[in-house]
Design a protein around this ligand. Structure first.
Ligand code: FE2
Length: 376
């Protein structure tokens, strides 16, 4: 101990020991205390404007004491005074991660989810912020929700997606049209069955949230096939723990190549969050590049990969339904695996208009709606 301030505050070599309201002392590092002085933040932009890199010597307290519910520090050299409320310090003392209202527990779902799928009428989402928050909550929890009553316009999709965040283009452009194309660049643009997949794993950051607005669907066939990759991955973890670890920790290459693009990226089939929980999956046989792992590693990888791919197709996980004109299915493209039954192109019209936003922006919108920011 190097010194003692007022009210039991101890001045140590690298920080302060401060008595908390619970009677226990808590330690705070000098750099951290100086960096987070309230004066470090610009009230208008809410950004940190203090530059800790410009300090030539490590920050150190000249004096420190508790006064008026605050820890008051006078800094050596500059004479700058920092006042930090004790309740702020108390919340930070344990080094716990900042609570995040958008961190909502994910709930796995199975083949019978269609009846229970969260549904929202598009006009309600536009006018009612509570409804909007409920929609995002459903997407964070279930990874999928259905929007009904969509305007029958090109603008309807962008307006709806824009409620959650900025529409972000892919190499197909701002929006894509899923219907039979004369010169298709993607299997989706044909009438063939579409294997279960997540979209565009060949992008560095594969799209976060996908919107598919059904403008017309009068064909024979073409049912939508949706699977909760989280539910499958958790079942896979329980049944095949070694194979699970392999898929969760091995990067494999994906590609998408045509005349004007040559996209490549590496992804893991099972994605884990920072606590080791399954946060999603990435799977696409169409865009899986030639696996460039050592051949002996493939002796283990391929059986695990195929076992997972087969589990993904099991009936217990498969939600099969018909997407109707005027509906928009919205889903987490890093969690929900989707596909389509084949259809007879000559039997009618089938037209889905799609786009993407980032998941981070959706969570940002949710936090703003909940008013849980640091400056709120
Ligand atoms: Fe797709």
């Amino acid at each position: 101990m190097l010194g003692s301030g007022g009210d039991g505050v101890l001045l140590l070599e690298t920080g302060l020991e401060v008595p908390m309201e619970n009677g226990r002392p808590a330690y705070f590092n000098y750099y951290w205390l100086r960096d987070n002085c309230p004066s470090s933040f610009d009230a208008q932009t809410r950004e940190r404007v203090y530059d800790i890199f410009s300090e030539e010597t490590p920050p150190r307290a000249e004096t420190a004491a508790i006064a008026g519910g605050c820890l008051e520090i006078a800094w050596q050299g500059s004479g700058h005074v920092t006042r930090l409320p004790l309740d702020f310090l108390s919340a930070q003392a344990g080094g716990e991660k900042r609570p995040d209202p958008a961190r909502i527990a994910r709930e796995p779902w199975f083949c019978d989810h269609y009846e229970n799928m969260a549904r929202f009428a598009q006009p309600d989402l536009v006018r009612d912020k509570t409804c909007l928050a409920d929609w995002i909550e459903a997407l964070l929890r279930d990874g999928v929700a259905l929007v009904t009553g969509m305007p029958d316009t090109d603008a309807g999709l962008l307006e709806t997606a824009g409620l959650l965040g900025h529409v972000r283009p892919s190499y197909f452009g701002l929006v894509f049209e899923v219907k039979t194309h004369i010169n298709p660049t993607n299997l989706a643009f044909t009438a063939k069955a579409l294997e279960l997949h997540t979209d565009l794993p060949s992008e560095d950051a594969a799209p976060g949230v996908q919107f598919l607005h059904c403008r017309a669907n009068s064909v024979i066939g073409g049912d939508s096939l949706f699977v909760d990759g989280l539910a499958v991955a958790e079942a896979f973890r329980a049944a095949h723990p070694d194979a699970f670890q392999l898929l969760a920790h091995t990067d494999v290459p994906y590609y998408c190549e045509h005349e004007t693009f040559d996209m490549r990226a590496r992804q893991r089939v099972i994605e884990l969050d920072d606590e080791g929980a399954v946060s999603g999956v990435t799977i696409s046989q169409h865009q899986a590049d030639i696996f460039d792992l050592p051949q002996h590693d493939l002796d283990r990888y391929y059986p695990a990969f195929c076992r997972f791919g087969r589990m993904l197709q099991e009936d217990r996980f498969l939600m099969r339904f018909r997407l109707n004109a005027g509906e928009c299915i919205v889903f987490d493209n890093h969690r929900i695996v989707h596909g389509r039954a084949g259809y007879t192109a000559s039997s009618g019209d089938r037209h889905l208009r799609g786009c993407y936003i980032d998941r981070g922006e959706m969570r940002s919108t949710y936090r703003c709606l909940k008013g849980k920011g640091r400056f709120a």
